[in-house]
Ligand binder design. Sequence first.
Ligand SMILES: [Fe+2]
Length: 451
Amino acid sequence: MGRYTDNPNAIAALVRGGEVHRDVYIDEELYRLEMRHLFANTWVFVGHDSQTPNKGDYYTTQIGDQPVIMVRHTDNEIKVLYNRCPHKGTKIAIDRTGNTGKFFRCPYHAWSFKTDGCLLAIPLKKGYQDTGFDDSNAKPGMRAVGAVKNYRGFVFARLAEDGISFEDFFNGSLTSFDNMVDRSPAGRLEVAGPPLRYMHQCNWKMLVENQTDTCHPMVAHESSAGTAVQIWKEMGYTEDDPKPPAMEIIAPFMSPYEFFEDMGIRTWPNGHGHTGVHHSIHSKYSEIPGYMEAMHAAYGPERTQGILAENRHNTVYFPNIMIKGPIQQLRNFIPLGPNRTLVESWIYRLVDAPDELLARTAMYNRMINAPTSIVGHDDLEMYERAQEGLHASGNDWVNVQRLYPGPEDFSAEQVENGTTERQMRNQFDAWVRFMTADMPGASAAMQEAAE
Ligand SMILES: [Fe+2]
């Protein structure tokens, strides 16, 4: 037990206005506390329900460091269970995905469980007669997590039995999910294959912060996007010439500071926020033949216009995912240690929309997010340099002070200049509250905020 365990005041002292202590990125104890508290008390993304379309279909992943199984139960509902046999602790499912039929069966002693986790059968059951087994911790079977919510196909879970409700946690931020799903004429998304997986040797929070960092693209991505734009000009084309899809995607990364200032940043309570309030790097993509017609048929012209006028750039859902509504992507930043993060980059098909839309989404994923991309590596190098540089002595603090107006209130939705670091400060405000919400001695104010 170190200095931060059960010490909410020491944790709160790590965040002070425009500065954050470097321990939040590099300290082993804080990382373990994030797993125990932050990832247990918040609503964490698990998967999309189209990954498990049929009864018995399952998908294994983790919430913080907890291994879980998302499974479609016999009543068609999605359940999220801890991936652990109540007998000896054996992991029940090892494959990422599969169909278990009507029940799970432990490979060690063949205890079996319904797909909601209830104990179904034990071989040689008479051996438990008159042993008090009904009162044991094994009798309830595989344990379900504290709470599960399927929001328009996106499945979230809260590990803690008690805590903030899904609606109170996300409040107005769900409009970004709504916009992404509404872009399907059928109002439905389907996962398009497994995600791209990409290991990063840095703290997971660096990736989350980068999603609303609008002052780095024209600098860090100059070597990739800048080169593409330069070659485009050398070929004799101008800014306004029609571009092939790859150029449409990469050129906006070189937009000037004013473009990002004007786009705006919106923050919501509990650490959520998005860039691209007024416009974004996705605003000027060319029309896909047939799409507008399908949208008009489904929604009528006025509502279609409302849906497609919204071109949010990156929406951060605290603690650890980001979505891009206009191109149907979700990136999951899965912590594997204080200096190790697995990024999963998922793409989705708009049901009843032309295939060209999915082709553009897939191209974006390959070009920008993949291990083979030309843009994602720029960011990765910055994260890894920061992870190393933070061990340097002489300064214990990281600066998040851009457009800091003095003590801030994050309890209401707010729109600001698109280059503010307010969203990063919003994340750390939420970080302190949810890290300490269930610690003994947490202030009454913190408890209240998390309820
Ligand atoms: Fe970047």
